[in-house]
Ligand binder design. Structure first.
Ligand code: KIV
Ligand code: ZN
Length: 525
């Protein structure tokens, strides 16, 4: 099925909504903005920036992203409720190209047990909500939640009514990841052929990965006429995740001989986008993950290495460079100047303002004094620490730890508060990390629950920097923190402090608002 003129499939990225919604993947507003900028650079067509009605924080972050991103459509998710549509409308006011995305379930299970609505009521509400939203926005997407487990003819009727009311994209989700590729492809063809008015609209798919088939199902749908695929970087998302953006994009590109469709994605930005998501969420990419896993281009077996040396194509169907994995480059160290450093940042896909460059370069110099060779991974950690951080309520001034096999652990921590005062605390603990976190809690006057504490090394070897990851919860909300240092205890202090600063920042911003996500119930428009 090869042809020279390829159909262009739209990439609808939902990393910031479905991805962020999954446990352990929450991001602060700075991180979301950093991700949105990266998605714009990657060339996605639509960024689903959040679910504005779900919390004041979500509304705020969609608003911020909508005000800054100009080269992509920015979408806000809503239930089929006027108050949700109003929240999205408010969040998207400054978007260059806004999209209101409404969803309502159409499967018998969801209608009876979740919505407690009849099929006729769902039909009416779908059309009414689209009509309401259409007054404010020309670009409306309607999703039939759990579409794959719904009666196909009912979905066609609901989609037809949504199109008649003004929907321009109709999304067919496999919400629970139940479909198999052949039947999913056939279903998409059926929906395309039997929905009244479908020729005027875009048919989209949104696949979850519960059976590990989200990408296969998305590709089958594209082959059968879907013109938009919804996906996330690294496949993050509810439960087993969403279809992975990089796998869909490279599936189409590598098999261009077979599939008559492509996307507008700049594939050379894939690797840095994947690294960014893993950094900000703290969710590591499994080593054998397709396209972006650490081992995706590693050839261990001698027979493979021999083949690759003779001709890469023996065991490689795409090159690492095609997804932006850099070739071996000049080593950076303490003699490297600002110019070489800035060039390396650009090569790695980072564009930073002068102020950020100044601070990252200073940190690079300090690190290069301690470490002979500074790797790309080290640089990435430095940039993330500076560019995606929220303003610091507390800054580390100094620390000292006393520990040993025969002693308890004692930590002395001194922090500078943004108000100007210095706060010092001594605490004992069940080990040095416990002592550190206890001392910080006492200074801050809050005792968040520690949900995760992880420590790893950025590169191999004993001179590697330690990288700590912390997740904390307080009053039902969650924050991540990262810290990097050549000293593992200092990396733990920095990680905990960055989570505390994210918490303080959010709590201060939301002081006059309800900070919690409201429980999402659906009802009449
Ligand atoms: O999985 C799903 O059905 C969704 C919809 C809101 C599109 O995420
Ligand atoms: Zn979903």
């Amino acid at each position: 099925m090869s042809s020279n003129t390829k159909r262009i499939v739209k990439i609808f990225d939902t990393t910031l909504r479905d991805g962020e919604q999954s446990p352990g993947c929450s991001m602060n507003i700075q991180e979301k903005l950093e991700v949105a900028r990266r998605l714009e650079k990657l060339g996605v067509d639509i960024i689903e920036a959040g679910f504005p009605a779900s919390s004041p924080g979500d509304l705020e972050s969609v608003k911020t992203i909508a005000g800054i991103i100009k080269d992509c459509t920015v979408a806000g998710l809503c239930r089929a409720l006027e108050k949700d549509i109003d929240a999205s409308r408010e969040a998207l006011t400054t978007a260059a190209d806004p999209r209101i995305h409404i969803f309502l379930a159409t499967s018998p299970l969801h209608m009876e047990y979740k919505l407690k609505m009849t099929a006729d009521q769902v039909f009416e509400q779908a059309a009414a909500s689209v009509k309401y939203a259409k007054q404010f926005c020309s670009n409306i997407e309607f999703s039939a939640e759990d579409a794959f487990r719904s009666d196909p003819d009912f979905v066609c009727r609901v989609f037809g009514a949504a199109i008649a009311a003004g929907a321009t994209t109709l999304n067919f989700p496999d919400t629970v990841g139940y479909a198999l590729p052949d039947e999913f492809g056939a279903r998409i063809r059926y929906i395309k052929e039997h929905t009244p008015g479908m020729e005027k609209a875009v048919l989209s798919v949104h696949c979850h990965n519960d059976l590990g088939l989200a990408v296969a199902n998305s590709l089958a749908a594209i082959e059968n006429g879907a013109d938009q695929a919804e996906c996330t970087i690294n496949g993050i998302g509810e439960r087993a995740g969403n279809a992975s953006l990089e796998e869909i994009v490279m599936g189409l590109r590598v098999r261009k001989d077979y599939v008559n469709a492509d996307t507008r994605i700049d594939a050379t930005q894939i690797y840095t986008a994947s690294r960014l998501i893993s950094q900000v969420t703290g969710v590591k990419v499994q080593p054998n993950k397709a396209i972006v896993g650490e081992n995706a281009f590693a050839h261990e077996a001698g027979i493979h290495q021999h083949g690759v040396m003779a001709n890469r194509e023996t065991y490689e169907i795409m090159t690492p460079e095609s997804i932006g994995i850099p070739k071996n480059r000049m080593v950076l160290g303490k003699h490297s100047g600002r110019h070489a450093f800035e060039e390396r940042l650009n090569d790695m896909g980072y564009t930073v303002d002068a102020e950020t460059l100044e601070s990252v370069f200073a940190e690079f110099k300090a690190l290069a004094d301690k470490k002979k060779v500074v790797s790309d991974r080290d640089i990435e950690a430095l940039v993330m620490g500076v560019s995606a951080a929220v303003p610091e309520t507390y800054k580390l001034d100094h620390w000292a730890i006393n520990t040993g096999s025969a002693l308890g652990a004692t930590a002395i921590i001194k922090l500078l508060h943004k108000g100007g005062d210095a706060r010092k605390q001594v605490a004992v603990g069940d080990g040095p990390v416990d002592a550190i976190f206890t001392a910080i809690n006492e200074i801050v006057g809050k005792k968040p629950e520690l949900e995760l504490y992880e420590i790893g090394s950025i590169t191999g070897g004993s001179t590697s920097q330690g990288e700590s990851m912390v997740k904390i919860a307080f009053e039902g909300r969650h924050w991540n923190g990262r810290g990097v240092s050549t000293d593992v205890l200092e990396s733990s202090i920095k990680a905990y402090l960055s989570a505390i600063n994210a918490m303080e920042w959010d709590l201060a911003a939301g002081a006059s608002k309800s900070p919690r996500r409201e429980p999402l119930r659906e009802g009449g428009v």
